[in-house]
Design a protein around this ligand. Structure first.
Ligand SMILES: [Zn+2]
Ligand SMILES: [Zn+2]
Length: 440
């Protein structure tokens, strides 16, 4: 999709950005030419950010890089939005609507084992511990693509009918600080940016996630629920400690907690109407006790709930509390259930916006777009979608020569992408924005 344009067809293409009702092939040509011009820089930015990953809420260097770039392009730039977030506003030469494009900036507390020449050697501080830090979710690529889209659209500013806000979001991967005793943390990520007013006047928002597990250059999307809502669960089971040889004189929280783990599996399998949407409950941690013959006072369970329907989510949260409390009570123990700090709503693409956006997406992807199954992973892009219609999609970019079905997934220490797809991502974001501004 690197079209060489004659001066005449470029003029026609630029005019078409301003005047067509939706994005057409000529409009896409103008975007494509602008994105192709910035492609080498996107690779440089991605490698620089990749080699200098920063944990959630600590994206200081990345934010500075982004802000300097947006200022150079002549955009209005706000920094420190919802933490380390950066927002660039591009006012087009023609009046019109306001659309937002979003990229998340944070890396993960994990080692990188890609063997890339620009692999991370960074360390960071995560919940008081020194940890390796790596861009194993591909947010480095997201930042580079959105910087590229900003440069491309800034070059087409005179013909742009409306305003584009470029939202560079911190802390998508989770809370930057430890929860207090009530399981609460200050707002972070998308929610903090929404609370800072980032969506004021915005009429729609678009975002993408890069993945190695779709065919190269393929957009994966679906109308309705796309990614699960995610709620973290903490259950404190309080018993009464004693000697392992005489459990009748104690209240055993280990057995009670074990029953709670099994009982919680009946919430989805026996209590939720899964013919509507699927759901998942996983307990990932059981902590309690010190020795083989001591019954401890208490046990702590940590888990996650994944849902695809807000009503089912609220219902399941209530049923988790009832199930845990009742099972613990049956042996005289007490269960105290807390939700959070992770509480991401379902990432849902509204049917109308999805349908309206698909022609431009398909045009920008050269026809390579497919409906994908629901993803039980989560995204706080859903916080933006709670406020304005938003469309989220995946971009396939497995490393060259690697089968997408076998490529290391996001959050793997071996996760890697094909940098040749950075322009594809930038082009699709820019195209969706222009198309939205053009649509009546
Ligand atoms: Zn991630
Ligand atoms: Zn991610």
């Amino acid at each position: 999709m690197r079209n060489s344009l004659t001066a005449l067809s470029l003029a026609a293409a630029l005019a078409s950005i301003a005047h067509a009702q939706t994005l057409d092939a000529a409009g896409l040509q103008a975007i494509d030419a602008a994105v192709s011009a910035v492609a080498p820089k996107m690779v440089q930015w991605r490698r620089d950010i990749h080699a200098h990953p920063e944990l959630s809420g600590q994206e200081v260097r990345t934010a500075q890089l982004v802000a300097e770039h947006l200022r150079r392009l002549g955009l209005e730039v706000q920094t420190g939005v919802g933490g380390t977030g950066v927002v660039g506003t591009l006012r087009g030469g023609l009046p019109g609507k306001v659309v937002a494009l979003r990229a998340d900036m944070d890396a993960l507390p994990m080692p990188e084992k890609t063997g890339l020449p620009f692999a991370s050697k960074a360390k960071g501080s995560y919940l008081g511990k020194e940890v390796p830090v790596a861009h194993s979710c591909g947010h480095d690529a997201h930042v580079a693509m959105l910087m590229g889209a900003a440069e491309a659209l800034a070059g087409l500013r005179a013909q742009l009918p409306g305003t584009v806000k470029f939202i560079f979001q911190p802390a998508e991967e989770g809370a930057p600080v430890e929860a207090d005793e009530h399981g609460k943390v200050p707002s972070f990520g998308a929610k903090a940016m929404v609370e800072a007013g980032v969506l004021k006047d915005v009429q729609a928002i678009y975002g993408l996630h890069i993945t190695a597990n779709l065919p190269s250059g393929m957009a994966g999307y679906r109308s309705g629920p796309l990614m699960a809502g995610s709620d973290s669960i903490t259950i404190h089971v309080e018993g009464k400690g004693g000697h392992g040889s005489s459990p009748w004189s104690a209240i055993d929280p280990v057995v009670a907690a074990s029953q709670v783990v099994l009982g919680l599996q009946t919430v989805v399998s026996r209590q939720l109407n899964i013919s509507k949407e699927p759901a998942v409950i996983t307990i990932g941690s059981i902590q309690g006790g010190t020795r083989y013959n001591i019954i401890p006072d208490n046990v702590e369970l940590l888990g996650t709930l994944r849902t695809f329907d807000e009503g089912m989510r609220q219902d399941a949260l209530q049923r988790i509390v009832t199930t845990a409390e009742s099972i613990a009570a049956s042996s005289g123990a007490k269960a105290k259930v807390r939700f959070g700090p992770v509480a991401y709503p379902v990432t849902t693409n509204p049917a109308a916006l999805t349908e309206a956006s698909l022609p431009a997406l398909k045009l920008a992807m050269g026809g390579k777009a497919m409906v994908i199954p629901k993803v039980s992973g989560s995204e706080d892009f859903s916080e933006f979608q709670k406020v304005v219609p938003g469309f989220f999609y995946f971009l396939g970019a497995p490393p060259k020569g690697v089968d997408f079905a076998k490529a290391p997934p996001n959050h793997s220490p071996q996760f890697d992408i094909d940098e040749d797809q950075l322009p594809t991502g930038a082009r699709s974001l820019a195209a969706l924005a222009v198309d939205f501004l053009r649509r009546p």
